[in-house]
Design a protein around this ligand. Structure first.
Ligand SMILES: [Zn+2]
Ligand SMILES: [Zn+2]
Length: 136
């Protein structure tokens, strides 16, 4: 199944063909600022499954921490793909940029220890103060 997506202005378009990773809602303060929203919906996409159809030159990169680079469209500001570590085999895709249903649903909330005070989580998904496996 091929799924497509892109940025708000349409300058950047991509397609994904292949297996997808997990999806999470991230409530960390950096995601909140970056997305201007209560949380980030992130889908892990293997780089081998992901292809830019156009506009890759419009991607602007911002290093938000020593090992994280976030990218967005320089025309419209839409969040695109993040990379946690240069050697990582997957992108962290901003799920809101998808046009099609990836079939995958977010399975947990992470970094709820820093979630927005004005936002209440009302679903039953597992919640982690930081991420699964970390000391709570
Ligand atoms: Zn754009
Ligand atoms: Zn985050």
């Amino acid at each position: 199944m091929t799924i497509r997506g892109g940025c708000l202005c349409g300058g950047i378009r991509y397609e994904i063909d292949g297996p997808l990773g997990t999806s999470v809602y991230c409530h960390c303060s950096m995601c909140r600022k970056f997305h201007g929203s209560a949380f980030r919906a992130r889908l892990s996409v293997p780089k081998t499954s992901f292809k830019f159809l156009k506009g890759e030159e419009l991607l602007t990169k911002y290093r938000s921490s020593a090992d994280t680079v976030k990218s967005f469209c320089k025309v419209c500001g839409s969040a695109m793909v993040n990379q946690w570590d240069p050697e990582a085999e997957s992108w962290g895709l901003a799920m809101g940029s998808l046009d099609d249903d990836p079939g995958v649903r977010p399975s947990m909330h992470i970094f709820v220890g820093s979630k927005a005070l004005w936002h209440d989580i009302t679903d039953e998904l597992p919640k982690y103060k930081t991420f699964p496996g970390a000391d709570e």
